[in-house]
Design a protein around this ligand. Structure first.
Ligand code: DAH
Length: 306
């Protein structure tokens, strides 16, 4: 092409190039729009749909009660210790001064295992023996956990829970025991100056021994805790029997101990107004909704409306 022809052709080609580019961009946008519109149609969110229910678990009243008792005692400096549920006769009975023909051995309705001398622990007291035998003094522990007895009726379950407490120190005494128990009961039942009575009793592993009663009223078939009318037994306690200290190799001339043991189901029933022990283990959802606790710590609405 001549120079002038080239200039003309260049102009025309540029126009054509621009047209092609425009066509291309328009078509591209058209395709993107179609894609977007179909997405908008297909992925439309229907905000009028009802939400799917969130099914959350809840805290069982036994767990809640165990947590409450544990945290009150932990705030007084008791450390949590655990022991095996499968125990031997020595820790469960013999070392606790419950000899072979002691009536308490029969009272405990023990589940014996096929293996010689092995059983399901009938109380949390064997944890005392395990901890004392380590001889790391002083000792200030609680042992919460499941216990087992061959018993099943309206007020007994073959599996139940206890919290054991044990303090061993040079000057441990009954006054300290009384004050620990008093604080525990006041804080647990959230009743200041709750009437508490220590009534002389007998346990092979403590000497002296006492059973602890709290004041209540039982008028009109309604139990009210904290009243000064009648007594209700809630736990057992005492000064650790010298024989038990010696069984664990602790010098009873230098060291004293006090101990207590309580039933968690009983505490839960009294605080939360549960009157049938068996319901704890029925796994009845309606019952659980009513008596369990919201894990977030918010009050359970169903309970509130009860
Ligand atoms: N072990 C007892 C029981 O299961 C409860 C108990 C009573 C534990 C007195 C103690 C205690 O430590 O001092 O019936």
């Amino acid at each position: 092409m001549s120079k002038s022809e080239k200039a003309n052709a260049g102009k025309t080609l540029n126009i054509i190039k621009k047209e092609i580019e425009d066509h291309f961009l328009n078509k591209r946008q058209e395709i993107l729009d179609i894609e977007l519109n179909s997405k908008l149609i297909n992925e439309k969110i229907d905000i009028s749909l009802p939400v799917r229910p969130v099914k959350s678990g809840s805290i069982h009243p036994i767990t809640k009660t165990l947590d409450e008792i544990t945290s009150i005692l932990a705030s007084m400096g008791f450390e949590v210790k655990e022991g095996p549920h499968i125990e031997d006769e020595y820790n469960n009975f013999t070392a606790l001064n419950i000899s072979e023909n002691h009536p308490a051995r029969q009272d405990h309705d023990t589940f014996y295992l096929n293996k010689k001398n092995m059983l399901l622990r009938t109380h949390t007291s064997p944890v005392q023996i395990r901890v004392m035998s380590q001889k790391k003094l002083p000792i200030k522990i609680i042992a919460p956990g499941a216990t087992y007895r061959c018993d099943d009726d309206a007020t007994h379950s073959p599996m139940f829970h206890q919290v054991e407490g044990l303090l061993v120190d040079k000057n441990a005494n009954m006054a300290q025991l009384k004050s620990v128990i008093k604080i525990l009961l006041e804080k647990f039942f959230q009743i200041e100056n709750i009437p508490v009575r220590f009534r002389p009793s007998y346990f092979p592993f403590t000497e002296p021994s006492a059973e602890v009663d709290i004041g209540c009223s039982k008028k009109n078939n309604t139990l009210e805790i904290g009243k000064d009318e009648e007594w209700l037994e809630v736990l057992g306690c005492g000064m650790v029997n010298v024989k038990v200290l010696e069984n664990c190799g602790i010098d009873a001339e230098k060291y004293r101990g006090f101990a207590f043991g309580l039933g968690v189901e009983r505490f839960a029933m009294l605080k939360y107004g549960i009157n049938d022990l068996r319901m704890f283990y029925e796994n009845d959802l309606k019952w659980l909704k009513n008596y369990s606790f919201n894990p977030n710590g918010f009050p359970n609405i169903i309970r509130g409306l009860r």
